[in-house]
Design a protein around this ligand. Structure first.
Ligand code: BES
Ligand code: ZN
Ligand code: ZN
Length: 511
């Protein structure tokens, strides 16, 4: 039995496990139907209790069993729950964790919106997935799908919310496995929902210092240590790219360090996030339309903070460090200029040619700082370039790394985590040929490419110049930072992309 509050920004939803479907007293029960209208084992057992009504729905052709199909059956007192939602899962052998997350998410949202407060699910039986993995996927899908971010609505009318999600199975051993899976699913969904909360927050409510406060809160809850370097510390250390990007804003930049000790003796996994709390472009000002949504330019940082929370809560036996370079990129009399030269923390000099290419600047210092941990691997997440979104659209981020054996091994780990979480990655090249793009006449490197082509790769090539002595993978998540619709477990607004991937990566780190 698990009773953990995992919702942010809304009323409580709990995950619980319980017995027989036909005895369940909540407002709705969800069961699966496979391709060609074949009832899942759970649906079949419930069908007997409701006098064959589920079979009838399939026989009329109202439920095909196709992936995404839904049909509601009213039970007229035959069982305590007044309605059964039948959901199509497609061919049983093709049902994977992602399909379950989506089906469970769509079902939970539909039942919530029809006023259900208690929902029971029997979606896990008859699949090739283990019961534990199915429990995880269902809990995760539901808790992600029910996320809300209307933090600043002041209306007084009560919102429809689910109070309990109950995973149902008549078998006690199966319930134990569902419970184990659901507890994990809750923590992983919470990681993404924390990231969503941070990224959805309005920029006037989340300047860098406030982001640091939120990171401190996460650290306290999850048992992490948190250190925040503020202006004087940044000056003393020489974080000049971070200070440079932040110097046009009244809200000072910060560098956030979250640490999960795990096995304290090992070389750590280091996660780095771009935390631009608002990207106006600076003096290389964006257009009005281009600026819209730039509160999400800290989505990489949000993913790192969310994942670190989960890593701490799971108390993984691995040493993991989260680094966030946070600043607000604003135009003003004190703002950094195009043509400025900056002496970065690494010692390399940078010619700033476009103040809107600020993410790579703040990451330059973060990646240089990461080397101090002598990491076993470094992953950075950044909403770095519009060009990456142009190249790959909104269904995968771009993945970059040097073309050597250590990097390939790290890439393979990231790929495996992406496959498991369905937070998809697609590798793009990062050959040294691209280095010419960032050669500057007056400094070691310049912050934009000379050709104007291959912008996502050029951004990565710039970061590569600041990576020294550790395997590194860069994920350009610009296209993934927001969803435009509620679909499956996606909710309109910030996606939390990367939080689940990083948590999965850390769970499998060193094994
Ligand atoms: N934060 C933006 C990238 C971005 C754009 C993310 C759209 C999500 C949606 C980044 O700081 C930026 O402005 N990049 C410039 C780089 C250019 C000046 C070389 C871009 O993509 O245009
Ligand atoms: Zn920018
Ligand atoms: Zn940016």
């Amino acid at each position: 039995m698990t009773q953990t509050d995992v919702r942010q920004g809304g009323p409580e939803t709990v995950v619980d496990v319980s017995s027989d479907l036909a005895l369940y007293k909540g407002d709705g029960i969800v069961v699966g139907v496979f391709a060609d209208g074949e009832l899942s084992p759970t649906a079949r057992s419930l069908d007997a209790a409701v006098g064959g009504m589920l079979t009838a729905v399939c026989e009329t052709g109202d439920m095909s069993g196709k992936k995404g199909a839904q049909a509601v059956v009213y039970t007229h007192g035959k069982i305590p729950a007044p309605r059964v939602l039948m959901v199509g899962l497609g061919r049983a052998k093709n049902v994977d964790a992602e399909r379950l997350r989506c089906a469970a998410g769509d079902a939970a949202r539909k039942l919530r919106d029809s006023g259900c407060r208690g929902v029971g699910m029997g979606l896990h039986a008859g699949l090739s997935l283990s019961t534990t993995d199915a429990g995880e996927a269902i809990a995760e899908g539901v808790l992600l799908a029910l996320y809300r971010s209307d933090l600043h609505h002041t209306r007084s009318t009560e919102r429809k919310e689910l109070d309990t999600l109950t995973l149902l199975d008549a078998d006690a051993a199966a319930r134990d496995r569902l419970s184990t899976g659901a507890q994990l699913g809750e923590i992983i969904a919470a990681a993404a929902n924390t990231a969503r909360d941070l990224a959805n927050e309005a920029p006037n409510y989340l300047p860098p210092l406030a982001l640091a406060d939120r990171a401190r809160d996460v650290a306290e809850t999850a048992g992490l240590t948190c250190r925040v370097l503020e202006t004087e510390d940044l000056k003393a250390e020489g974080f000049n790219t971070l200070l440079g990007v932040g110097q046009g804003s009244v809200n000072p930049p910060v560098f956030i360090i979250l640490e999960h000790e795990g096995d304290a003796d090992e070389a750590p996994l280091v996660l780095v996030g771009k935390g631009i709390c608002f990207d106006s472009g600076g003096l290389s000002l964006k257009s009005g339309a281009g600026m819209m949504g730039m509160k999400h330019d800290m989505a990489g940082a949000a993913a790192v903070i969310g994942a670190m929370g989960a890593i701490g809560s799971l108390d993984l036996p691995r040493r993991v460090i989260g680094l966030v370079a946070a600043a607000e990129n604003m135009p003003s009399a004190t703002a950094q200029r195009p043509n400025d030269i900056v002496y970065s923390l690494s010692g390399k000099t940078i010619e700033v040619r476009n103040t809107d290419a600020e993410g790579r600047l703040v990451l330059a210092d973060a990646l240089a700082y990461a080397a101090r941990y002598e990491p076993a691997g470094v992953i950075d997440l950044a909403t770095l370039t519009g060009a990456c979104m142009t190249a790959l659209g909104k269904h995968t981020c771009g993945m970059f790394g040097k073309h050597d054996r250590d990097t390939d091994a790290l890439i393979a780990r990231v790929q495996a985590a992406a496959d498991a979480t369905h937070e998809r990655v697609w590798r793009l090249p990062l050959w040294d040929d691209y280095d010419d793009e960032i050669k500057s006449d007056i400094a070691d490197v310049q912050n934009i490419g000379s050709s104007g082509l291959g912008g996502a790769i050029v951004g990565a090539a710039f970061l590569k110049a600041f990576v020294d002595g550790y395997p590194w993978v860069h994920l350009d998540i610009a296209g993934l930072m927001t969803s435009s619709k509620n679909k499956g477990y996606a909710v309109k607004g910030a996606t939390g992309f990367g939080a689940r991937l990083l948590t999965e990566l850390a769970r499998n780190w060193g094994v």
